[in-house]
Design a protein around this ligand. Structure first.
Ligand SMILES: Nc1ncnc2c1ncn2[C@@H]1O[C@H](COP(=O)(O)OP(=O)(O)OP(=O)(O)O)[C@@H](O)[C@H]1O
Length: 413
Protein backbone atom coordinates (compact mmCIF):
# COMPACT_ATOMS: atom_id res chain seq x y z
CA UNK A 1 0.00 0.00 0.00
CA UNK A 2 1.45 3.40 -0.96
CA UNK A 3 1.46 6.49 1.30
CA UNK A 4 -1.57 7.94 -0.39
CA UNK A 5 -3.55 4.76 0.33
CA UNK A 6 -2.47 4.71 3.97
CA UNK A 7 -3.57 8.31 4.47
CA UNK A 8 -6.93 7.61 2.88
CA UNK A 9 -7.44 4.58 5.09
CA UNK A 10 -6.90 6.77 8.13
CA UNK A 11 -9.82 8.88 7.01
CA UNK A 12 -12.34 6.34 5.83
CA UNK A 13 -12.05 2.67 6.48
CA UNK A 14 -13.73 0.36 4.03
CA UNK A 15 -15.51 -2.95 4.40
CA UNK A 16 -16.98 -5.39 2.02
CA UNK A 17 -19.39 -8.21 2.71
CA UNK A 18 -21.05 -11.12 0.94
CA UNK A 19 -24.08 -10.79 3.19
CA UNK A 20 -27.09 -8.67 2.53
CA UNK A 21 -28.00 -8.86 6.19
CA UNK A 22 -28.68 -5.38 7.46
CA UNK A 23 -27.26 -6.38 10.85
CA UNK A 24 -23.78 -6.82 9.38
CA UNK A 25 -23.90 -3.81 7.06
CA UNK A 26 -25.42 -1.39 9.57
CA UNK A 27 -22.88 -2.26 12.22
CA UNK A 28 -20.07 -1.15 9.92
CA UNK A 29 -21.99 1.90 8.71
CA UNK A 30 -22.58 3.00 12.31
CA UNK A 31 -18.80 3.03 12.70
CA UNK A 32 -18.69 5.28 9.61
CA UNK A 33 -16.96 2.70 7.45
CA UNK A 34 -17.61 2.83 3.74
CA UNK A 35 -18.97 -0.22 1.89
CA UNK A 36 -17.04 -1.28 -1.19
CA UNK A 37 -17.09 -4.34 -3.41
CA UNK A 38 -14.62 -7.20 -3.04
CA UNK A 39 -12.55 -6.07 -6.03
CA UNK A 40 -12.06 -2.62 -4.51
CA UNK A 41 -9.71 -1.56 -1.75
CA UNK A 42 -11.21 -3.01 1.47
CA UNK A 43 -9.93 -3.10 5.05
CA UNK A 44 -12.25 -5.75 6.43
CA UNK A 45 -13.96 -8.41 4.38
CA UNK A 46 -16.95 -10.00 6.18
CA UNK A 47 -17.07 -12.88 3.78
CA UNK A 48 -18.80 -16.20 3.44
CA UNK A 49 -16.62 -19.25 3.91
CA UNK A 50 -16.38 -20.05 0.21
CA UNK A 51 -15.15 -16.61 -0.83
CA UNK A 52 -12.65 -16.65 2.02
CA UNK A 53 -11.25 -19.96 0.76
CA UNK A 54 -11.02 -18.43 -2.74
CA UNK A 55 -9.04 -15.47 -1.43
CA UNK A 56 -6.47 -17.86 -0.01
CA UNK A 57 -6.45 -20.26 -2.96
CA UNK A 58 -3.24 -20.45 -4.99
CA UNK A 59 -5.13 -20.09 -8.26
CA UNK A 60 -6.51 -16.71 -7.29
CA UNK A 61 -3.24 -15.61 -5.72
CA UNK A 62 -4.71 -12.63 -3.86
CA UNK A 63 -2.11 -10.96 -1.64
CA UNK A 64 -3.52 -9.51 1.53
CA UNK A 65 -1.95 -6.30 2.75
CA UNK A 66 -1.18 -5.46 6.37
CA UNK A 67 -4.25 -3.25 6.64
CA UNK A 68 -6.66 -5.98 5.55
CA UNK A 69 -8.48 -8.46 7.77
CA UNK A 70 -10.91 -11.22 6.92
CA UNK A 71 -13.42 -12.99 9.15
CA UNK A 72 -12.45 -16.65 8.52
CA UNK A 73 -9.38 -18.83 8.72
CA UNK A 74 -8.80 -20.55 5.35
CA UNK A 75 -9.14 -24.11 6.69
CA UNK A 76 -11.84 -23.47 9.29
CA UNK A 77 -13.46 -26.73 8.08
CA UNK A 78 -11.04 -28.67 10.32
CA UNK A 79 -13.12 -27.40 13.24
CA UNK A 80 -16.56 -26.97 11.74
CA UNK A 81 -17.06 -30.07 9.60
CA UNK A 82 -18.75 -32.64 11.79
CA UNK A 83 -16.53 -35.52 10.62
CA UNK A 84 -13.27 -33.55 10.83
CA UNK A 85 -14.13 -32.19 14.27
CA UNK A 86 -14.67 -35.73 15.59
CA UNK A 87 -11.47 -36.93 13.93
CA UNK A 88 -9.37 -34.02 15.22
CA UNK A 89 -10.61 -34.39 18.77
CA UNK A 90 -9.82 -38.12 18.69
CA UNK A 91 -6.34 -37.44 17.38
CA UNK A 92 -5.73 -34.73 19.99
CA UNK A 93 -6.80 -37.02 22.85
CA UNK A 94 -4.54 -39.80 21.60
CA UNK A 95 -1.59 -37.43 21.27
CA UNK A 96 -2.04 -36.21 24.85
CA UNK A 97 -2.44 -39.78 26.03
CA UNK A 98 0.75 -40.88 24.30
CA UNK A 99 2.58 -37.94 25.85
CA UNK A 100 1.35 -39.06 29.28
CA UNK A 101 -0.47 -35.76 29.84
CA UNK A 102 -2.75 -35.98 32.92
CA UNK A 103 -5.48 -34.18 30.97
CA UNK A 104 -5.86 -37.39 28.96
CA UNK A 105 -6.44 -39.54 32.02
CA UNK A 106 -8.81 -42.47 31.44
CA UNK A 107 -10.95 -44.58 33.71
CA UNK A 108 -11.47 -48.25 32.98
CA UNK A 109 -14.50 -50.25 34.05
CA UNK A 110 -15.70 -53.82 33.67
CA UNK A 111 -19.45 -54.08 33.23
CA UNK A 112 -21.63 -56.89 34.67
CA UNK A 113 -21.57 -58.66 31.30
CA UNK A 114 -17.74 -58.73 31.41
CA UNK A 115 -17.41 -56.02 28.78
CA UNK A 116 -14.47 -53.67 29.42
CA UNK A 117 -14.96 -49.99 28.76
CA UNK A 118 -12.77 -46.96 29.19
CA UNK A 119 -13.41 -43.27 28.90
CA UNK A 120 -11.52 -40.02 29.20
CA UNK A 121 -12.11 -38.35 32.54
CA UNK A 122 -11.61 -34.77 31.30
CA UNK A 123 -11.79 -34.99 27.53
CA UNK A 124 -15.04 -36.88 27.16
CA UNK A 125 -16.97 -33.87 25.87
CA UNK A 126 -18.08 -35.00 22.43
CA UNK A 127 -20.61 -37.82 21.96
CA UNK A 128 -19.04 -41.00 20.54
CA UNK A 129 -19.05 -40.46 16.78
CA UNK A 130 -18.41 -42.65 13.72
CA UNK A 131 -17.96 -41.44 10.18
CA UNK A 132 -20.05 -43.13 7.50
CA UNK A 133 -19.55 -44.88 5.24
CA UNK A 134 -15.85 -45.39 6.26
CA UNK A 135 -16.50 -46.45 9.88
CA UNK A 136 -19.65 -48.46 9.12
CA UNK A 137 -18.21 -51.77 10.37
CA UNK A 138 -16.83 -50.19 13.53
CA UNK A 139 -20.20 -48.65 14.19
CA UNK A 140 -21.98 -51.99 13.76
CA UNK A 141 -19.62 -53.55 16.33
CA UNK A 142 -20.33 -50.72 18.75
CA UNK A 143 -24.05 -51.03 18.12
CA UNK A 144 -23.96 -54.75 18.90
CA UNK A 145 -22.07 -54.09 22.13
CA UNK A 146 -24.63 -51.48 23.22
CA UNK A 147 -27.93 -52.12 21.47
CA UNK A 148 -29.78 -49.98 24.03
CA UNK A 149 -28.23 -46.71 22.78
CA UNK A 150 -29.96 -44.26 20.48
CA UNK A 151 -27.98 -42.67 17.62
CA UNK A 152 -28.33 -39.57 15.48
CA UNK A 153 -27.28 -39.63 11.83
CA UNK A 154 -26.25 -36.29 10.33
CA UNK A 155 -25.02 -35.37 6.84
CA UNK A 156 -21.70 -33.49 6.95
CA UNK A 157 -22.50 -31.30 3.98
CA UNK A 158 -25.82 -29.96 5.21
CA UNK A 159 -27.02 -27.69 8.00
CA UNK A 160 -30.15 -26.37 9.71
CA UNK A 161 -31.30 -29.83 10.69
CA UNK A 162 -31.58 -31.02 7.08
CA UNK A 163 -31.21 -34.75 6.41
CA UNK A 164 -30.93 -35.69 10.10
CA UNK A 165 -32.57 -38.78 11.54
CA UNK A 166 -32.49 -40.56 14.86
CA UNK A 167 -32.40 -44.34 15.18
CA UNK A 168 -32.60 -46.90 17.92
CA UNK A 169 -32.55 -50.01 15.80
CA UNK A 170 -30.20 -51.22 13.17
CA UNK A 171 -32.79 -52.02 10.54
CA UNK A 172 -33.37 -48.35 9.79
CA UNK A 173 -29.66 -47.73 9.39
CA UNK A 174 -29.24 -50.83 7.25
CA UNK A 175 -32.05 -49.67 4.99
CA UNK A 176 -30.35 -46.29 4.70
CA UNK A 177 -26.98 -47.97 4.02
CA UNK A 178 -28.51 -50.20 1.31
CA UNK A 179 -30.09 -47.22 -0.39
CA UNK A 180 -26.95 -45.11 -0.18
CA UNK A 181 -24.49 -47.87 -1.07
CA UNK A 182 -24.63 -47.59 -4.80
CA UNK A 183 -24.23 -43.87 -4.64
CA UNK A 184 -21.41 -44.02 -2.12
CA UNK A 185 -19.45 -46.62 -4.09
CA UNK A 186 -19.47 -44.77 -7.36
CA UNK A 187 -19.60 -41.20 -6.37
CA UNK A 188 -18.24 -40.57 -2.93
CA UNK A 189 -17.83 -36.88 -2.35
CA UNK A 190 -16.88 -35.35 0.97
CA UNK A 191 -20.26 -33.69 1.20
CA UNK A 192 -21.91 -37.12 1.09
CA UNK A 193 -20.20 -38.20 4.29
CA UNK A 194 -22.35 -38.67 7.37
CA UNK A 195 -21.58 -38.84 11.03
CA UNK A 196 -23.46 -41.07 13.39
CA UNK A 197 -23.22 -39.89 17.00
CA UNK A 198 -24.49 -41.24 20.25
CA UNK A 199 -27.75 -39.43 20.96
CA UNK A 200 -27.81 -37.51 24.25
CA UNK A 201 -31.01 -39.16 25.46
CA UNK A 202 -31.14 -37.39 28.83
CA UNK A 203 -30.91 -33.66 28.04
CA UNK A 204 -31.50 -31.09 30.73
CA UNK A 205 -35.00 -29.71 30.15
CA UNK A 206 -36.54 -26.28 30.60
CA UNK A 207 -40.29 -26.43 31.11
CA UNK A 208 -40.07 -30.07 30.03
CA UNK A 209 -38.44 -29.14 26.71
CA UNK A 210 -35.05 -29.96 25.24
CA UNK A 211 -32.71 -27.07 24.44
CA UNK A 212 -29.17 -26.42 23.32
CA UNK A 213 -26.81 -23.50 23.87
CA UNK A 214 -25.50 -21.24 21.15
CA UNK A 215 -22.27 -19.70 22.39
CA UNK A 216 -20.13 -17.30 20.37
CA UNK A 217 -16.39 -17.79 20.48
CA UNK A 218 -13.97 -15.41 18.79
CA UNK A 219 -10.53 -16.68 17.80
CA UNK A 220 -7.94 -14.13 16.71
CA UNK A 221 -5.02 -16.55 16.52
CA UNK A 222 -4.49 -20.31 16.72
CA UNK A 223 -0.73 -20.24 17.34
CA UNK A 224 -0.49 -18.87 20.00
CA UNK A 225 -4.13 -19.62 20.78
CA UNK A 226 -6.14 -16.47 21.57
CA UNK A 227 -9.84 -17.03 22.14
CA UNK A 228 -12.72 -15.13 23.73
CA UNK A 229 -16.23 -16.14 24.71
CA UNK A 230 -19.18 -13.76 24.32
CA UNK A 231 -21.22 -13.38 27.49
CA UNK A 232 -24.57 -13.14 25.73
CA UNK A 233 -25.27 -16.47 24.16
CA UNK A 234 -28.70 -18.06 24.26
CA UNK A 235 -30.59 -21.32 24.52
CA UNK A 236 -32.68 -22.60 21.62
CA UNK A 237 -35.63 -24.38 23.12
CA UNK A 238 -37.76 -26.99 21.34
CA UNK A 239 -41.45 -26.17 20.94
CA UNK A 240 -42.75 -29.56 22.10
CA UNK A 241 -42.16 -31.36 25.40
CA UNK A 242 -39.39 -33.93 25.45
CA UNK A 243 -40.15 -37.63 25.19
CA UNK A 244 -37.35 -39.94 24.20
CA UNK A 245 -39.83 -41.93 22.19
CA UNK A 246 -41.28 -40.36 19.02
CA UNK A 247 -37.85 -40.24 17.45
CA UNK A 248 -39.33 -39.05 14.20
CA UNK A 249 -40.83 -35.90 15.65
CA UNK A 250 -38.15 -33.28 14.99
CA UNK A 251 -40.02 -30.60 16.97
CA UNK A 252 -39.17 -32.67 20.08
CA UNK A 253 -35.58 -33.54 19.26
CA UNK A 254 -33.93 -30.88 17.05
CA UNK A 255 -33.38 -27.45 18.55
CA UNK A 256 -32.52 -25.62 15.28
CA UNK A 257 -34.67 -22.52 14.82
CA UNK A 258 -34.89 -23.40 11.12
CA UNK A 259 -36.71 -26.59 12.17
CA UNK A 260 -38.73 -25.24 15.09
CA UNK A 261 -40.16 -22.26 13.25
CA UNK A 262 -42.29 -24.62 11.15
CA UNK A 263 -43.94 -26.12 14.22
CA UNK A 264 -47.45 -25.15 15.34
CA UNK A 265 -46.25 -24.43 18.88
CA UNK A 266 -43.36 -22.18 17.81
CA UNK A 267 -43.33 -18.93 19.77
CA UNK A 268 -42.46 -16.17 17.32
CA UNK A 269 -42.24 -13.56 20.12
CA UNK A 270 -39.37 -15.27 21.89
CA UNK A 271 -38.13 -17.15 18.82
CA UNK A 272 -37.88 -20.16 21.18
CA UNK A 273 -34.86 -18.45 22.75
CA UNK A 274 -33.81 -17.87 26.31
CA UNK A 275 -30.75 -15.82 27.22
CA UNK A 276 -27.69 -17.45 28.71
CA UNK A 277 -28.06 -15.14 31.68
CA UNK A 278 -31.59 -16.34 32.37
CA UNK A 279 -30.42 -19.94 32.07
CA UNK A 280 -27.74 -19.20 34.67
CA UNK A 281 -30.30 -17.67 37.03
CA UNK A 282 -32.63 -20.62 36.51
CA UNK A 283 -29.86 -23.12 37.23
CA UNK A 284 -28.58 -21.21 40.26
CA UNK A 285 -32.14 -21.22 41.61
CA UNK A 286 -32.89 -24.87 40.89
CA UNK A 287 -29.47 -26.56 41.19
CA UNK A 288 -27.36 -24.10 43.19
CA UNK A 289 -24.59 -21.61 42.50
CA UNK A 290 -21.64 -23.97 42.88
CA UNK A 291 -22.80 -26.51 40.30
CA UNK A 292 -23.83 -23.75 37.91
CA UNK A 293 -20.38 -22.18 38.19
CA UNK A 294 -18.82 -25.57 37.61
CA UNK A 295 -21.00 -26.17 34.54
CA UNK A 296 -19.86 -22.91 32.95
CA UNK A 297 -16.23 -23.73 33.74
CA UNK A 298 -16.72 -27.10 32.07
CA UNK A 299 -18.13 -25.34 29.01
CA UNK A 300 -15.06 -23.12 28.82
CA UNK A 301 -12.82 -26.16 29.23
CA UNK A 302 -14.58 -27.92 26.37
CA UNK A 303 -14.26 -24.90 24.08
CA UNK A 304 -10.56 -24.40 24.80
CA UNK A 305 -9.73 -28.06 24.19
CA UNK A 306 -11.77 -28.26 21.00
CA UNK A 307 -9.73 -25.28 19.73
CA UNK A 308 -6.48 -26.86 20.88
CA UNK A 309 -7.38 -30.01 18.99
CA UNK A 310 -7.10 -28.09 15.70
CA UNK A 311 -4.58 -25.40 16.65
CA UNK A 312 -1.60 -27.24 15.17
CA UNK A 313 -3.25 -27.83 11.79
CA UNK A 314 -4.96 -24.47 11.26
CA UNK A 315 -3.43 -22.08 8.73
CA UNK A 316 -2.80 -19.36 11.21
CA UNK A 317 -2.86 -16.47 8.79
CA UNK A 318 -2.37 -13.19 10.68
CA UNK A 319 -5.05 -11.43 8.59
CA UNK A 320 -7.73 -13.78 9.91
CA UNK A 321 -10.12 -13.88 12.81
CA UNK A 322 -13.23 -16.01 13.15
CA UNK A 323 -16.33 -16.03 15.31
CA UNK A 324 -17.63 -19.55 15.83
CA UNK A 325 -21.13 -20.55 16.92
CA UNK A 326 -20.72 -23.39 19.42
CA UNK A 327 -23.73 -25.71 19.87
CA UNK A 328 -23.72 -27.40 23.27
CA UNK A 329 -26.22 -29.70 24.93
CA UNK A 330 -26.28 -30.04 28.72
CA UNK A 331 -27.44 -33.39 30.03
CA UNK A 332 -29.46 -33.83 33.19
CA UNK A 333 -26.27 -34.52 35.17
CA UNK A 334 -25.19 -31.00 34.16
CA UNK A 335 -22.50 -32.31 31.87
CA UNK A 336 -22.01 -30.23 28.70
CA UNK A 337 -21.58 -32.00 25.35
CA UNK A 338 -20.15 -30.39 22.25
CA UNK A 339 -22.57 -31.01 19.39
CA UNK A 340 -21.12 -28.90 16.64
CA UNK A 341 -19.19 -25.75 15.73
CA UNK A 342 -20.41 -23.33 13.04
CA UNK A 343 -18.08 -21.01 11.10
CA UNK A 344 -20.90 -18.74 9.96
CA UNK A 345 -23.35 -18.61 12.85
CA UNK A 346 -26.64 -17.16 11.69
CA UNK A 347 -26.80 -13.35 11.71
CA UNK A 348 -30.50 -13.42 10.94
CA UNK A 349 -32.60 -11.98 13.75
CA UNK A 350 -35.80 -13.69 14.81
CA UNK A 351 -36.73 -11.11 17.48
CA UNK A 352 -35.75 -7.56 18.47
CA UNK A 353 -33.54 -8.90 21.27
CA UNK A 354 -31.87 -11.14 18.76
CA UNK A 355 -31.18 -8.20 16.47
CA UNK A 356 -29.64 -6.20 19.32
CA UNK A 357 -27.56 -9.16 20.46
CA UNK A 358 -26.16 -9.89 16.99
CA UNK A 359 -25.49 -6.28 16.15
CA UNK A 360 -23.64 -5.77 19.47
CA UNK A 361 -21.77 -9.00 18.85
CA UNK A 362 -20.42 -7.86 15.47
CA UNK A 363 -19.49 -4.45 16.87
CA UNK A 364 -17.73 -6.11 19.81
CA UNK A 365 -15.85 -8.45 17.44
CA UNK A 366 -14.55 -5.38 15.60
CA UNK A 367 -13.37 -3.79 18.86
CA UNK A 368 -11.39 -6.93 19.72
CA UNK A 369 -9.79 -7.47 16.32
CA UNK A 370 -8.84 -3.85 15.71
CA UNK A 371 -5.76 -2.36 17.34
CA UNK A 372 -6.31 0.61 19.70
CA UNK A 373 -6.02 3.14 16.83
CA UNK A 374 -8.95 1.44 15.08
CA UNK A 375 -7.04 0.74 11.85
CA UNK A 376 -6.73 -2.91 10.79
CA UNK A 377 -3.16 -4.06 11.14
CA UNK A 378 -2.17 -7.69 10.65
CA UNK A 379 1.17 -7.00 12.39
CA UNK A 380 -0.55 -6.06 15.64
CA UNK A 381 0.17 -8.34 18.62
CA UNK A 382 -3.60 -8.92 19.11
CA UNK A 383 -3.74 -8.08 22.78
CA UNK A 384 -6.96 -6.09 23.23
CA UNK A 385 -7.33 -3.90 26.32
CA UNK A 386 -10.16 -4.47 28.80
CA UNK A 387 -12.34 -1.78 27.21
CA UNK A 388 -12.01 -3.30 23.79
CA UNK A 389 -12.98 -6.72 25.16
CA UNK A 390 -16.44 -5.37 26.03
CA UNK A 391 -18.70 -8.36 26.54
CA UNK A 392 -16.07 -10.86 25.45
CA UNK A 393 -14.36 -12.77 28.20
CA UNK A 394 -10.81 -13.98 27.60
CA UNK A 395 -10.80 -17.79 27.45
CA UNK A 396 -7.16 -18.25 26.66
CA UNK A 397 -4.20 -16.24 25.44
CA UNK A 398 -1.20 -18.52 25.22
CA UNK A 399 1.04 -15.53 24.76
CA UNK A 400 -0.02 -13.85 27.99
CA UNK A 401 -0.23 -16.80 30.36
CA UNK A 402 -1.62 -15.52 33.59
CA UNK A 403 -4.55 -15.95 35.85
CA UNK A 404 -6.81 -15.82 32.83
CA UNK A 405 -5.36 -18.93 31.30
CA UNK A 406 -7.79 -21.75 31.68
CA UNK A 407 -4.92 -24.23 32.02
CA UNK A 408 -4.11 -22.59 35.32
CA UNK A 409 -7.36 -23.76 36.78
CA UNK A 410 -6.16 -27.32 37.05
CA UNK A 411 -8.59 -27.61 39.90
CA UNK A 412 -10.81 -28.82 37.07
CA UNK A 413 -8.73 -32.00 37.20
N1 LIG B 1 -25.64 -36.20 19.74
C1 LIG B 1 -26.78 -35.51 19.87
N2 LIG B 1 -27.62 -35.76 20.90
C2 LIG B 1 -28.78 -35.08 21.02
N3 LIG B 1 -29.20 -34.16 20.16
C3 LIG B 1 -28.42 -33.86 19.10
C4 LIG B 1 -27.17 -34.53 18.90
N4 LIG B 1 -26.61 -34.04 17.77
C5 LIG B 1 -27.47 -33.11 17.29
N5 LIG B 1 -28.56 -33.00 18.08
C6 LIG B 1 -29.71 -32.11 17.87
O1 LIG B 1 -29.84 -31.92 16.48
C7 LIG B 1 -29.70 -30.54 16.14
C8 LIG B 1 -29.00 -30.42 14.81
O2 LIG B 1 -27.69 -30.97 14.92
P1 LIG B 1 -26.45 -30.21 14.31
O3 LIG B 1 -26.36 -28.83 14.89
O4 LIG B 1 -25.26 -31.07 14.50
O5 LIG B 1 -26.86 -30.19 12.78
P2 LIG B 1 -27.00 -29.09 11.66
O6 LIG B 1 -28.12 -29.51 10.79
O7 LIG B 1 -25.67 -28.95 11.03
O8 LIG B 1 -27.35 -27.75 12.40
P3 LIG B 1 -26.73 -26.27 12.19
O9 LIG B 1 -27.62 -25.56 11.25
O10 LIG B 1 -26.72 -25.70 13.61
O11 LIG B 1 -25.35 -26.38 11.65
C9 LIG B 1 -28.92 -29.92 17.30
O12 LIG B 1 -29.18 -28.56 17.40
C10 LIG B 1 -29.43 -30.74 18.48
O13 LIG B 1 -30.65 -30.23 18.94
Amino acid sequence: MNDKGTKRNKKTLTFCTDFEKSIVINTFLRRRWRQVSSDEDWNIYWSNTLNCRNIFSHEIGYRLRDNQLINHFPNHYELVRKDLLARNINRYRKELERAGNPIAKKIHKTLNNGQKISRYVHLDFIPTTYILPSDYKLFIEEYRRNPQYTWILKPCGKSQGAGIFIINNLSKLKKWARESKKYFQHHLLRKDTYVISRYIHNPLLIGGKKFDLRIYVLVTSFRPLKAYMYKHGFCRVCSLKYRDAELENMFIHLTNVSVQKHGEEYNCYTGGKLSLNNLKLYLEGTRGQAVTKRLFEDIQWLIVHSLKSVASIMSNDRHCFECYGYDIIIDNNLKPWLIEVNASPSMTATTINDRILKSNLIDNILSVVLPPNGIPDARWNKVPNENALGDFERLIDEECLGKDDIEDSLEVL
